[in-house]
Design a binder for this molecule. Structure first.
Ligand code: SF4
Length: 477
């Protein structure tokens, strides 16, 4: 999961990219960067939060009316400074590129670029591979004057090679801004327009903040090019079955975002309603329903409504601690629960508490939270998830599978309940998930719950994931 933004128009791009990246910060806190163009590229990127990478001095030098920006959550790539985006290349024209997603055939593409195209790649990031693919295709055309038609032909050639998820913004020096999304639309990408500029961003919150009114999603398989005269070109590069990441609605996206026409907050309310029905089926009778903040707030409210019991806040979050899901090591995660959550004791003491959470990945965080609630006098602690058990690795850019074991991979729900020390455990069903988010089952990728991947997945990638998983398991034990 990463966040991207691209701006082209009549005003200084960085003045929009910087606040836009702040609005997308929840999509990645590992690294941030931006590049603008005016008589050359001006690039600033580095590890850390947007606020720590950028300062008034480096923002001052990022001149130009076209630019792209990125916040990184590490996927392919070791998370070093070399892997921070955007990437730039000098030929042809000068191209910069930033992307959100994961090429599942990254290793094959990188090998081919090195061995057959004689390219030197300086990182382990698939954005650098994509940038080189675009450069190879455009160089092959050897054009002095670049047209949208030729650019789309180059992008079409890239699509034929790339497998996986990608939402991309790319700056062509002195030419314009290119954006495209894979044929399944796995990662979100929305565009907005105002009287002077166009903006592409991973989530609509960035466009809201920047005051863009006319918005639409970049369609799965669509490429858009806006030249420096603000002429707008679009082409459907490839057609495919739409399979947008359903986990965006469960966890990743901000609740105030609208992705592919579906409001994230409303989706979470509906997910809560579906989960409430599951709790009813299991005859759960808590005194109070509480969210595990912040993602589960809306869902918990609806669970309480369906069960007809009180809804209260029971855990207060220190907002200045990273989201635990994104933290890299087990030890850091465990410490982070205590660091970031503090219970409201009078709301919990002597009660049967139903905690509502978005998902369980490894179970350690849930175990810590339940222990915390018990430690302040809860009589019983029930745990309910508004997504189904996570069982299969995400190969499209979500690094939850390689950092350890999914607790649901080889445990029954009863065993998970025991492992996290809950008095009852209720999961959303896959049907409830799809119904709750609110579009047909065929519109979404649900692979981490069902194992049904919308694209081909090379066996080599699965081998890498499995090796990484075993290594993480050894480190955890
Ligand atoms: S596998 Fe899961 S997290 Fe990955 S893209 Fe599909 S739904 Fe999203």
């Amino acid at each position: 999961m990463c966040g991207i933004i691209g701006i082209i128009g009549q005003e200084r791009a960085i003045d929009r990219i910087y606040p836009g990246l702040l609005a997308l910060q929840h999509r990645g806190q590992d690294a941030a960067g931006a590049v603008t163009f005016e008589n050359g590229f001006q690039l600033k990127k580095g590890n850390g939060l947007v606020l720590s990478v950028f300062n008034p001095k480096n923002i001052e030098r990022l001149n130009g009316n076209t630019g792209i920006g990125h916040v990184r959550y590490p996927t392919v790539g070791a998370g070093s400074a070399e892997d921070a985006q955007p990437f730039i290349i000098t030929a042809p024209y000068g191209i910069a590129l930033a992307h959100n997603g994961n090429l599942v055939n990254f290793f094959d593409l990188k090998k081919d670029l090195i061995e057959n195209q004689l390219r030197y790649l300086n990182s382990n990031c698939d954005a650098e591979v994509m940038l080189n693919l675009l450069s190879v295709e455009l160089s092959r055309m050897n054009l002095k004057k670049l047209s949208a038609e030729k650019l789309f032909a180059a992008v079409r050639a890239m699509y034929r090679k790339m497998i996986g998820s990608y939402a991309v913004v790319s700056l062509l020096a002195g030419k314009g801004l290119l954006a495209f999304r894979d044929k399944h639309g796995i990662k979100p990408l929305i565009m907005g327009k105002n009287s002077t500029s166009y903006c592409f961003a991973s989530e609509s919150v960035a466009l809201d903040l920047l005051g863009y009114k006319e918005m639409r999603d970049v369609q799965p398989g669509e490429a858009i090019f806006i030249d420096t005269e603000n002429n707008f070109y679009t082409e459907q590069i490839q057609k495919g079955n739409k399979a947008a990441c359903i986990f965006e609605y469960v966890y990743f996206a901000r609740p105030d975002s609208i992705i592919d026409g579906l409001g994230v907050y409303e989706a979470r309310l509906r997910l809560g309603e579906e989960l409430g029905k599951e709790c009813l089926k299991q005859n759960l009778k808590p005194d109070v329903v509480m969210p595990v903040p912040d993602t589960a707030r809306g869902a918990a409210q609806l669970v309480a409504e369906v069960l007809g019991v009180k809804h209260r806040e029971g855990l207060i979050k220190n907002r200045y601690i990273y989201r635990t899901f994104i933290m890299p090591t087990q030890a850091e995660r465990i410490e982070a629960v205590r660091l970031k959550l503090n219970p409201i004791k009078p709301e919990i003491k002597g009660k049967d508490v139903l905690l509502v959470d978005d998902s369980i990945v490894r179970g350690n965080t849930s175990r810590e939270i339940i222990s915390l609630i018990r430690s302040v006098g809860a009589r019983r602690v029930y745990y309910a998830l508004y997504s189904p058990p996570l069982r299969f690795p995400c190969v499209y850019g979500i690094d939850m599978q390689t950092r350890g074991e999914f607790i649901a991979r080889d445990k029954t729900i009863g065993e998970i309940r025991k492992s996290i020390d809950a008095d009852a455990l209720v999961y959303q069903t896959v049907n409830g998930l799809v119904k709750g988010v609110g579009a047909g089952a065929k519109s979404f990728c649900t692979a981490c719950f069902t194992g049904a991947y919308p694209s081909k997945v090379p066996p080599l990638l699965m081998e890498h994931i499995e090796a990484d998983r075993m290594l993480a398991k050894d480190l955890d034990s």
